[in-house]
Each structure stands twice: as structure tokens, then as C-alpha cells.
Design a protein around this ligand. Structure first.
Ligand SMILES: CC/C=C\C/C=C\C/C=C\C/C=C\C/C=C\C/C=C\CCC(=O)O
Ligand SMILES: N[C@@H](Cc1ccccc1)C(=O)O
Ligand SMILES: [Zn+2]
Ligand SMILES: [Zn+2]
Length: 504
């Protein structure tokens, strides 16, 4: 009897031990694999949803306009700094997050992850905006008014939506006690619209001095495009893997002034007008076939009806046809060539005086397959008039092409997150950023520069960027917050392009 009793006790003890062991090992496993158990669902309460849209509206109401370095609203830039402290208190009070102000107004956050073996990444955005004269707007551009489900105002797409969504997603994760494993940086620029040389450039120098290299960064300038290409009924998420270069040229003609009653055969105005007109009428060469556009089209091919699918799949044969079709539309045209935009023209002092000097500015956006030097040579040949002086005001080459293969962590993380947040989008393709962004200042700290805003964009929305009636739907903004909330977690749990093989 006693023996049985002892035996029974021993058995019970063993059983208890076993239970403990199972519980502990299960915990250990979950801790290691991470995904399932510690994942925080991207669901927000009604109260949180109201707070997040109100936070964006408040940001829109601060008129952080950059007109030039000399002319920017520094009061508003400073106020914006105070504003983010107020609406994201947890971000600023968390002990593993360091906050630094760079060049008075830009912000750098260092979020220290728990696993130092994982290479950090970086999220970029800017909170300065281009000016917005009130004419033509349905609602005043700095009112942040909500109407018919949309928040209106300058910066709702470019780029306060990203600034606020990044901090908002982090705030919500922190409130839920999330502790990131992979470190990351958040860099918020205050002078992107006027070159980023005070904000982004200084932040990149600071990080470089600290010996930091990031695995990848994500910035503005690409969207889920919807309705841009005739025949392509489905939306297409483009993650841009390169950015165009730029060249700002000043063209100047000087002549001896005199009495307009006895004019010379040609005036500075006439000579300059003819030169810029030649530039406008002689587009830079079509570079179709080089750069990431070929990859994009190959991936898109299957989404088109017959015969476009066949045409796109056989570019070796149809290249001339496709390249001509791309030129026809002013948006797809940007993807095949260096664009030429005549943006300023000044001359003359009085109606009866022969003008001493005429000046024009031309803004080129350089195709990734060309260089500043090549564009300058082409311009000289087109202008072909020694009386027209060419002065380079600013120039930089296109960015290198970031990897988009199976091993490219940044690209794959974005692809994975797009697929989970936008299940209806089945095309994710590499693209080209046709404008310029702060990310070009970060080539010293990463080879993985990706442009993606998790927001749908239709052609009319495209014209609102730097134009009138810029707006974002409340639902689109919530989805952007959700996307970043997931992206941060995915960066911690990412296991490679073919996950879960071990479970088979
Ligand atoms: C085959 C190609 C497939 C789809 C192409 C469709 C559209 C892509 C072309 C143009 C891209 C449109 C929008 C991006 C432009 C500007 C982004 C916003 C900000 C840039 C930087 C700034 O000004 O702050
Ligand atoms: N991002 C703006 C302003 C800019 C222009 C050129 C260089 C740098 C910034 C644009 O692309 O128009
Ligand atoms: Zn921008
Ligand atoms: Zn802009």
C-alpha cells in the first residue's frame, strides 16, 4: 500500500514536472519563433480612430511652408515639434527611444531594439510643405477640415500623412507594450521641399559619424496606382527602387540696352525665347529598355487583356511600339525619359527699353539611365547658340537601383506587408520615383532605398500633390497607420521569402 502511495506521489510529481516543462518549453518556443503569440493585431478602438484623424488634422493646420531656405515658416516648423510631443507622449517618454532635434527643426528618433544582432532600418518622411495659395481650393488649404470622409489640406499626401502615421503607429504599438526586436530610426525632415540639405543631409552625416549602416529605408514618392494605365483595371503597388536625378539650369542672354524706337534685329528676349522653345520641342531621348521599367512591365504583362499581354511579354519584338505608347501619356512619359520643364522666365525693365538681360530657368528630371553630364551635353547641342549662357544652379545624378530580388529584405518586407494589408492588390512591382526626395541624402548609409506610401492614388490625386485640393480619406489614413503598425512588426518576425517551410 505504502509503496503504491509513494509511487503514486512520485508519479504525480513527475506529471507536474512534465506539465511545467511543457508549459515552459512552449513559452520558450513562442518567444523564439515570435510570430503567432506576441503579434499585436492592428485593430484600433473607436476612440483611437478618432484621435488619430484629429491628430492628422492638427498637423495640417500648422502651416510649415518651405518656399526657399531663406523663406520658410520657422515659427510653424518649431510649433510642429511641440505638436508631436503633445500628441505622441508615449513615443517621447519611452526609455528605449532616443529623440534628437537636428538643425533646429528636423527630428531623429532612435528606437533601440532588443536584438542587437538584427541590422536596423529607417523610416523617412518630411513635414514641410510647398506653398498653397487659397485660390481654387474647395476648403482652405491649412484648415484640416473633414468633409465627406476626406481630410483636406496641404500635406495630406505630401507628406504629413507619413510623418503622422509613422509616429501614430509607433505610439499605438508602445501603448500595447510592444518591444521591437530590430532597431530602427525615424528621420523627419523639415526642408525636403527645398532640398533637404539642412535636415536629411545632416541626419545622414550624424548617422555616418556613428558608424551606422541600415539594411534599408522607406520614404515617400510611390503609391498604389489606380487608373493610370488604360486597360489595366487592377491597382498596382509600385515600390520605387530608384529616383531620378535633377538639373536646374539658368539660361541667360545679355544685350546692350537701348531705345526701343530703333530695335536691333534680335533682342535678348527673342534669342532666349527661341532657345527655350527649342528645348521644349526637342524632348530628351527615350531611354525605354534600360532601368527597372522593363522589370515593371514584365511583371504587369499578365494583368493586361489580349493582345497587350503578348506585346508586353515580348519586348524584344515590340520595344519600339511600347516605348512610343509610353511617351503618349504625360505620366508614363516621365518613366521613359529625362523630362524638360520650363519653369521661370524673366526679362525687361520698361516697355520702351531694349532689354539688357533675359533669364529663364529649366528644370530637368534625369532618367536613371542618364547622368547630369550627358544631359548637359544634349542641352548644349539643342540650344546651339553661344549667346545663350548656361549656368548650372543645382545638379545631381539619379540614384543607384536598389535590389528587389528574393533576398532584398526591404523590398520583401514591403511586398509582404502590402499583401497582408491590401489583399485585393495582386501586383507589387519595382518602379521609379519621378520626383526627388530626402532619401537621396542617405546613399552613404544604405544600398536599399525604397519609396512607398501605402495609399491609393488616382490621376486626379496625383495632380493635387503640389496642386490644389490635396486630400486623403479618413479610411486611407487609418490604413496607412495600420500598414506601418504591421511593417514594424514584420521587420521583427521576417523569416525570408518562403516562410513556414519547416512546418511541412
Ligand atoms: C508601367 C508603369 C505603371 C504604372 C505607372 C503609373 C504611375 C507612375 C508614375 C508616376 C508617379 C506618380 C506619383 C509620384 C510623384 C510624386 C510623389 C510625391 C512626392 C515627391 C517628392 C516631393 O515633392 O516631396
Ligand atoms: N521634392 C521636391 C523638391 C525638390 C526638388 C529638387 C531637389 C530636391 C527637392 C521635388 O521633387 O520637386
Ligand atoms: Zn514630399
Ligand atoms: Zn513635394
Amino acid at each position: 500500500m505504502a509503496r503504491w502511495y509513494v509511487c503514486g506521489l512520485a508519479l504525480a510529481a513527475a506529471e507536474l514536472l512534465l506539465i511545467f516543462a511543457t508549459v515552459f518549453s512552449a513559452k520558450g518556443l513562442r518567444g523564439k519563433e515570435f510570430q503567432g503569440a506576441s503579434r499585436i493585431p492592428s485593430q484600433f478602438s473607436e476612440e483611437e480612430r478618432v484621435a488619430m484623424k484629429e491628430a492628422l488634422k492638427g498637423a495640417i493646420r500648422i502651416p510649415t511652408v518651405s518656399f526657399s531656405h531663406e523663406k520658410s515658416n520657422t515659427t510653424a516648423l518649431a510649433e510642429f515639434g511641440e505638436y508631436i510631443h503633445k500628441v505622441f507622449p508615449t513615443v517621447f517618454s519611452t526609455n528605449f527611444i532616443q529623440h534628437e532635434v537636428v538643425e533646429q527643426y528636423s527630428h531623429l528618433f532612435t528606437v533601440q531594439g532588443s536584438d542587437p544582432s538584427l541590422q536596423p532600418y529607417m523610416l523617412l518622411a518630411h513635414f514641410d510643405v510647398v506653398p498653397a495659395p487659397e485660390e481654387g481650393w474647395e476648403v482652405p488649404p491649412f484648415s484640416g477640415l473633414e468633409r465627406d470622409g476626406f481630410i483636406h489640406g496641404r500635406g495630406t499626401l505630401d507628406n504629413k500623412n507619413s510623418v503622422m502615421a509613422i509616429l501614430q503607429a509607433l505610439e499605438l504599438l508602445l501603448i500595447r507594450n510592444y518591444i521591437p526586436q530590430r532597431s530602427f530610426f525615424i528621420a523627419l525632415g523639415h526642408d525636403e521641399e527645398v532640398s533637404g540639405t539642412r535636415g536629411a543631409l545632416k541626419i545622414s552625416e550624424l548617422l555616418q559619424a556613428r558608424g551606422i549602416q541600415v539594411a534599408f529605408l522607406v520614404d515617400e514618392c510611390s503609391f498604389i496606382f489606380d487608373g493610370f494605365i488604360p486597360n489595366l483595371k487592377k491597382p498596382c503597388a509600385m515600390v520605387s527602387v530608384t529616383e531620378k536625378g535633377a538639373l536646374d539650369l539658368l539660361l541667360q542672354v545679355n544685350m546692350t540696352p537701348g531705345h526701343s524706337s530703333a530695335p536691333p534685329k534680335e533682342t535678348s528676349i527673342g534669342i532666349l525665347a527661341a532657345a527655350v522653345s527649342r528645348l521644349e520641342n526637342t524632348p530628351m531621348p527615350n531611354m525605354f529598355g534600360s532601368g527597372p521599367l522593363k522589370m515593371t512591365l514584365e511583371q504587369l504583362a499578365n494583368e493586361f487583356p489580349f493582345p497587350t499581354n503578348i506585346v508586353l511579354k515580348n519586348l524584344w519584338l515590340f520595344r519600339p511600339l511600347v516605348s512610343r505608347l509610353m511617351e503618349r501619356n504625360y505620366i508614363t512619359n516621365t518613366l521613359v525619359r529625362t523630362t524638360t520643364a520650363l519653369t521661370m522666365f524673366n526679362a525687361g525693365v520698361k516697355v520702351n527699353v531694349i532689354p539688357p538681360v533675359a533669364q529663364a530657368s529649366v528644370n530637368f528630371r534625369i532618367h536613371p539611365a542618364q547622368t547630369v553630364h550627358e544631359v548637359l551635353e544634349l542641352v548644349k547641342n539643342i540650344v546651339a547658340d553661344d549667346r545663350v549662357q548656361l549656368h548650372v544652379l543645382r545638379a545631381f545624378d539619379p540614384l543607384p537601383i536598389s535590389p528587389s530580388d528574393d533576398k532584398a529584405l526591404g523590398y520583401q518586407l514591403l511586398r509582404q506587408t502590402i499583401q497582408s494589408i491590401f489583399p485585393e492588390v495582386d501586383i507589387v512591382a519595382p518602379g521609379i520615383c519621378i520626383a526627388n526626395t530626402d532619401s537621396r541624402h542617405y546613399t552613404n548609409i544604405t544600398a536599399g532605398i525604397y519609396h512607398f506610401n501605402p495609399v491609393y492614388l488616382q490621376p486626379q490625386d496625383f495632380s493635387s500633390i503640389h496642386g490644389i485640393n490635396e486630400k486623403i480619406s479618413v479610411q486611407a489614413y487609418e490604413t496607412q497607420v495600420k500598414f506601418i503598425f504591421e511593417l514594424i512588426q514584420n521587420a521583427d518576425t521576417y523569416t525570408g521569402p518562403v516562410p513556414h517551410v519547416h512546418e511541412l
